[in-house]
Ligand binder design. Structure first.
Ligand code: DQA
Length: 142
């Protein structure tokens, strides 16, 4: 099975961006960890990051035959009806991930346009959250 790990705006800056909140590891470390886990689980994982809402919508649409999507939509989580609609359209199970505990932060981060249609939500577990999400999605299809 193929799983997508999609990251939204500013996550390309992981490692240098607000390290107190997001840690010292970069997106390439997340990719390495997920690829290692994918080998262990005997699945395929594909990565994508964009700072552009429409590019994320396009990518989600292209994933309609995937077994699952791990999605950190970054700030678009709190604003994007378009990303929500794309996820609803493809009907691929997805787990929403946030590195930081969004509920311990500003009020505007408490609302997600994605959570109620997500298969699961992982918040505040650092970048381990991506591995938890991948394990969960792999378990759902096996
Ligand atoms: C984030 C939380 C969002 O509120 C923020 O806009 C991000 C990252 C996280 O992983 O903790 O860009 O999704």
């Amino acid at each position: 099975s193929t799983f997508a790990v999609l990251n939204g705006p500013n996550l390309n800056l992981l490692g240098t961006r607000e390290p107190d909140l997001y840690g010292a590891e970069g997106l390439s470390d997340i990719q390495q960890r997920c690829e290692q886990l994918a080998t262990e689980l005997d699945v395929t994982v594909e990565f994508f990051q964009s700072n552009h809402e429409g590019a994320l919508v396009d990518e989600i649409q292209r994933r309609s035959d995937n077994a699952g999507i791990v999605l950190n939509a970054g700030a678009y989580t709190h604003t994007s009806v378009a990303i929500r609609d794309a996820l609803a359209a493809v009907q691929v199970p997805f787990v929403e991930v946030h590195i930081s505990n969004v509920f311990a932060r500003e009020d505007f981060r408490h609302r997600s346009y994605l959570s109620d249609i997500a298969s699961g939500v992982i918040v505040g577990c650092g970048i381990d959250g991506y591995e938890f999400a991948l394990r969960r999605l792999a378990a759902l299809v096996s």
